[in-house]
Design a binder for this molecule. Sequence first.
Ligand SMILES: [Mn+2]
Length: 274
Amino acid sequence: MRTTLVPTTLIQVPYDLGRDGGMGAGVPVLAETLADLADDTVVVAPADASLNETAACLEIVRGVREQVRDVGAADRFPLVLAGNCHSSLGTVAGLGIPVGVVWLDAHADFNTPETTSSGFLDGMALALLTGSGWAALRATIAGHVPVPVRHVVLAGARDLDSAEEQRLTSAPVLRAQAADLNEALDTLRERVSDVYLHVDLDVLDPSVGRANRFACDGGFTLEELELAVDAVQARFTVCAAAVTAYDPDEDPDGAIPPAARAIVLRLLAARALA
Ligand SMILES: [Mn+2]
């Protein structure tokens, strides 16, 4: 089985808003669960402790970008395991080519510094990736080019605040749930052929497992998520992927790691067959 998988490097980003703990603590747990599926693993360095939260997050993003670039140069598949979804900024920048984005998440992560009422940086991840907010800070990420919003499929999002809904209404992001994902992917395929696949584990319904404190009802079953990975593979070249936002404290029964493994196995095996 092992030999049929695509050569892969796990890129661990074990931080939550620039610091240890929280959803960062899920990264080594996932890495252990996935270790036998990958050829090697690297860990992105922590941020300088003197930095404020936002600056620390961006320093880590720049670290992700360097690792993804190096893994790509070594002809390995970069699989990012991250506490936070804004790791995506570094991943896409590190690829060095324009890609579309398939973003599976209970949330839209589409607030900007102007619309957020919580100030939660990770609620801005997809907005930042598509070029809204923190422009000067984003410019410190070598190779960062905003992804056009029309090159994004957002699937499984079901817990949005009104500002995000408003922004999404005015932005041509392709939105889907499990039932209509294939149509959204077909539309995206008319626009791009290479994608970054982003899996925030809270896209899963809590009946599968509770990925983090933001998990909410109405999510994908494990089978639906596996089929989603297949559907992406069938249409696109997946240039990099991420599995994010696992907080083991929210999952005392340990239901999420085996689910993550099932998804990654599907991703890496399908790539090898392609
Ligand atoms: Mn997210």
